[in-house]
Ligand binder design. Structure first.
Ligand code: HSE
Length: 423
């Protein structure tokens, strides 16, 4: 039977979960897939983590160079997170001819071409299922199961923290800040939540998915990004009353010769398949021109779900005769290939004085910018009133110009939020 040695860098939550699966399922994997996988080396600052997993301290390496020089190591599994030293360690491993498996979305999204270049020099493999969607097998679906399709669209809830926060805001009618604090206390949200709540994490994952979908690298910097920090309980309540839920979506679409790539909160009709994805769950909805709609649902984080994706990569990698190459990732999309003025329907909430002509003034601005109103509601009968509009499809630029003019109307106090509506 083929013997395969694995080195695990980082024995935190994900590295620990990976080792646990490799130990518990060793004989099952050998029986079912014909590969005998050994944890040949580990790298971590805390020796107790090694012994805590039932592993012998003799496999604890002193540095990455020792792992690269170890002939028993075939695959280096990176579970450290952060761009450095993860990137340097993986380049070293690839240059030493070791295949790599990583769960590090930020590092992978930013340095994919550099890793691919190093892998091509030695013929080593590059596997990254766990970077995107944790336990959801979306990468292999895109690379191994969609060959017959041109990908038309990807819509995904790809960040569990923000989905957890939005779900609780919706279920409890609670404020963003209160739910965030609670989520941090419960360990669902990081002490520094910026990467999640401002949409960076989703944009790294969308960069990876859309690059695979459109066979050309979509750099993170060109993905439009907006987080959930401005969503208020008023927006959540109004959405509910109007038959919508608010979700943070990552969206990529083929638009003629260009593509759209964006991360932002949306009003999503309650009937959309992604609307019922709640709590810390993730889901990805893909439209292929042959298969039509497909959807994958599952846990995007956690020791065993992410470990599941990593072990799947290890087994897949171990069975390859020749590793797939992604030279197309050297070719990078530029600004001109990405739609900047995309079209959408919009939800607009504003506060205005309840005086004669205020609606007429707003309607005049909409007319000037060719924005058509689909729905309007005025909630209460008091001096300052909240007014909500949902528009028909219009361009982002037209909407931005209309909002600027509306903010300057004498009886409009403030434009309180603008959220795109995704059907
Ligand atoms: N921070 C991510 C999330 C998990 O909240 O979904 C790891 O990608």
């Amino acid at each position: 039977m083929k013997k395969v040695g694995v080195a695990v860098l980082g024995l935190g939550v994900v590295g620990g979960g990976t080792c646990k699966i490799l130990i518990d399922r060793k004989s099952q994997i050998a029986k079912e897939y014909g590969v005998d996988i050994d944890i040949a080396a580990v790298l971590d600052r805390v020796p107790e983590r090694v012994t805590g997993l039932g592993l012998d301290l003799s496999i604890l390496a002193k540095d990455i160079d020792e792992i690269c020089a170890n002939p028993s190591v075939d695959i280096v599994v990176e579970c450290m997170g952060g761009t450095e030293p993860a990137r340097t360690f993986l380049i070293k491993a690839l240059e030493a001819g070791k295949s790599i498996v990583t769960s590090n979305k930020e590092m992978f999204a930013k340095f994919w071409p550099e890793l691919e270049k190093a892998a091509q020099k030695t013929g080593a493999g590059l596997y990254y299922e766990a970077t995107t969607g944790g336990g959801m097998p979306i990468i292999r679906t895109m690379t191994q199961a969609m060959q017959a399709n041109g990908i038309q669209e990807i819509k995904t809830i790809i960040n569990g923290t923000t989905n957890y926060i939005l779900t609780r805001m919706s279920e409890e009618g609670a404020d963003y800040q209160d739910v965030l604090k609670d989520a941090q206390a419960l360990g669902y949200a990081e002490a520094n939540p910026v990467a999640d709540v401002e949409g960076y994490d989703s944009s790294y994952k969308l960069s990876i998915l859309s690059s695979l979908a459109f066979n050309k690298r979509v750099p993170v910097e060109l993905i439009y990004r907006e987080g959930i920090t401005k969503i208020s309980k008023e927006d959540i309540k109004i959405a509910k009353e109007m038959g919508f839920v608010i979700k943070l979506l990552a969206i990529a679409k083929q638009k003629g010769k260009k593509i759209e790539a964006r991360v932002h909160p949306v009003f999503l009709p309650k009937s959309h398949p992604l609307a019922s994805v709640n709590g810390s769950f993730n889901a990805v909805f893909v439209v292929g021109d042959a298969v039509g709609d497909i959807m994958i649902y599952g846990r995007g984080a956690g020791a065993l779900p992410t470990g599941s994706a990593i072990v799947s990569d290890i087994v897949f990698c171990a069975r390859q005769v020749e590793h797939a190459r992604y030279s197309e990732m050297f070719d990078v999309m530029d600004k001109s290939e990405i739609v900047s003025d995309f079209e959408s329907e919009y939800y607009l909430r504003l506060s205005a004085r309840d005086v004669s002509g205020v609606i007429a003034d707003i309607a005049t601005v909409f007319k000037k910018h060719k924005v058509s109103i689909a729905q309007m509601r005025q909630d209460e009968n008091k001096e300052i009133i909240p007014i909500v509009f949902i528009t028909h499809k219009t361009s982002e630029n037209a909407m931005k110009s209309a909002i600027k003019d509306i903010e300057n109307l004498p009886n409009v106090i403030s434009v309180d939020n603008v959220i795109r509506v995704e059907k």
